[in-house]
Design a protein around this ligand. Structure first.
Ligand code: SAM
Length: 403
């Protein structure tokens, strides 16, 4: 592989802002990609994938390169040199890149790979927590979460189906395959930008992980129901619920962030979902008004996101144990409060994109024991691991309120 100086420099600048200024990887990559309009698909893929790789492997590479944060520009180039050597790419003869003995990098890699938290490039606390909560499974799970996530589409059943969409995408030179066990899912054979396709602009699909596509179906919705998506964000699940309900009935999409709901409305228009009403939670009144009113309630709770590390590797470095404690309290409060929106005989799904029992089944168990949960019973739950499914880690529990 021949390395292009301007692409590498853009990558180094993005890494500087992500590592030293705490910026979000997806935003910085987006900014970097706008630097030169002449860059083609491969150039853009190089910047995105190299940046994500170095973010993912920050701890391992920093230990190999013997550099510490905050990283100077020289340090960032040393991390980049490690990336090159471990991928078998010849180091370019540039003044920014110190001549580094390849053998030394490989030797340190072999040595350091014996220690899991360094091999898997995660903070000490995360490794301890993963082992405490998942036991032996953690070893395989964290390895799977370090793999690059596949790109999965959800065919929008209002407008198309997987067979038709596959053929339309092929006309745009995008090859996809159905995913067994996931009715509306198509997997990209090769990573490509799908957002510029006509099919996307026409609202024929959303990009959504395969396991995430199981959540809306778990809620057991029917046409004509009143459904509340309490933590709707930009609407991934609301859009899916609207499709499952064939636009019949009502979906109320709530979130504490108005900007996310604005994006939800834009996506709903594109998808042709007309039965979603977005309501910003700007006071407790918004929630209270909805008590005992819904046939179905979805709580897609804010969580650690440990199940989606392959998609958001910078979460490894942004998450902190104290924040996780706060999140668990928020999850319990949300369960207490939003469960009140369920009508007698109605159902509720509590879901997270976490793999930690303390955010998942243990939250549900504790809820069922509290006063707020005494009218509910657990119908079924499902934990999805990345190491066994090949997709994001998710949890979902279906609960029913007594009639
Ligand atoms: C896992 S994300 C939701 C993703 C979304 N359902 C989707 O499918 O695209 C969790 C959401 O909960 C929202 N949130 C956090 N605290 C909340 C609260 N107290 N009430 C409602 N929403 C909350 C966050 O803004 C975030 O959008």
């Amino acid at each position: 592989m021949r390395l292009h100086r301007n692409l590498v420099f853009a990558t180094i600048d993005a890494l500087r802002d992500i590592f030293n200024e705490g910026k979000y990887a997806d935003k910085e990559i987006g900014k970097a990609l706008k630097r030169d309009k002449r860059w083609g698909a491969r150039d853009r893929a190089f910047i995105a994938e190299t940046t994500y790789d170095i973010v993912r492997w920050k701890r391992l590479y920093a230990e190999i390169a013997e550099v510490k944060e905050p990283f100077s520009r020289e340090n960032l180039f040393r991390l980049f040199a490690v990336w090159c050597v471990l991928r078998g790419i010849n180091l370019p003869d540039w003044p920014q890149i110190e001549p580094t003995p390849t053998r030394r990098i490989k030797g340190r890699f072999d040595e350091l790979s014996k220690i899991r938290k360094i091999r898997e490039s995660i903070p000490d606390w995360m490794d301890e927590l993963g082992e405490k909560e998942l036991g032996k499974v953690w070893d395989k799970e964290i390895a799977a979460l370090n793999e690059q996530a596949p790109v999965i589409l959800r065919a929008n059943s209002f407008k198309t189906d997987t067979r038709k969409l596959k053929s339309l995408l092929l006309d745009e030179n995008i090859v996809v395959q159905p995913v067994k066990g996931y009715d509306d899912a198509l997997q990209l054979v090769e990573r490509q930008n799908v957002f510029t396709t006509k099919a996307f602009k026409d609202g024929l699909f959303e990009v959504q992980d395969a396991n995430s596509q199981l959540v809306a179906s778990f809620l057991d919705v029917e046409n004509g129901m009143r459904v509340i998506d309490t933590c709707a964000g930009a609407g991934g699940k609301s859009l899916h619920l609207a499709a499952l309900m064939e636009n019949k009935g009502q979906i109320i999409a709530l979130d504490i962030y108005a900007n996310k709901l604005k994006e939800l409305k834009r996506r709903a228009r594109r998808a042709g979902a007309h039965n979603i009403e977005a309501r910003h939670i700007d006071s407790t009144k918004v929630v209270k008004k909805l008590y005992n009113s819904a046939d179905r309630v979805l709580i897609d709770a804010p969580c650690s996101g440990l199940g989606v590390l392959s998609r958001n590797p910078d979460a490894k470095w942004k998450l902190e144990p104290e924040f996780l404690d706060k999140l668990r309290n928020t999850q319990a409060e949300i369960l207490n409060s939003y469960s009140k929106m369920v009508k007698s005989g109605g159902k509720m799904v509590y879901a997270t994109c976490s793999i930690l029992p303390s955010e998942n089944n243990e939250q549900v168990k504790a809820f069922l024991k509290r006063d707020e949960g005494k009218e509910f019973k657990l119908i079924k739950d499902k934990s999805m691991l990345s190491s066994t499914s090949g997709y994001d880690g998710f949890y979902m529990a279906l609960l029913e309120k007594n009639s």
